[in-house]
Design a protein around this ligand. Sequence first.
Ligand SMILES: [Zn+2]
Length: 113
Amino acid sequence: MHEMSLAESVLQIIEDTARVQPFKHVRSVVLEIGVLSAVEPEAMIFCFDAVTRGSIAEGARLEIVEVPGSGWCMECGKIVNLAERYGLCPVCGDARVEITSGNEMRVRDMQVE
Ligand SMILES: [Zn+2]
């Protein structure tokens, strides 16, 4: 389960931010997760709750926004939408599609007090 290490890196981002702009508590976090990153939103929320216990983000609400994936088809050379990691090219049906986005995770917004 890689959600645990991802949750730890989110907490790291929060703590780094707290060093630059001091705040006492995090109320909620909006996290963008690429649909191709194989992250289970429920598992992510569970892990986030676990790793933030005792930190400035304890009890913070984690909101997950899934961002679509895209890839470059080696066969027809087009940039196409990808709904799954090993999806076929929707234009020509080829399986050799290189993922160009949808793998990433990013903190989009944070409510602090
Ligand atoms: Zn194609």
